[in-house]
Design a protein around this ligand. Sequence first.
Ligand SMILES: [Zn+2]
Length: 60
Amino acid sequence: MADQALTCGVCGRTVVGDDVAGARLTWVRSVENGRAVWTCDTCSRTHLRSIEGKLDSAWW
Ligand SMILES: [Zn+2]
């Protein structure tokens, strides 16, 4: 499928073809404003801390 592609919403990394199946398993899918937003495995690991940091600051 030529139109099968995932783009990371954080770093812009794009996977196509056979890599998409693997990326769907390891990337994090979230929904913003009704649109699916994918975060690649690297960014989800990197941003996990900052996401938790934002939650923490929101709590206080
Ligand atoms: Zn990324």
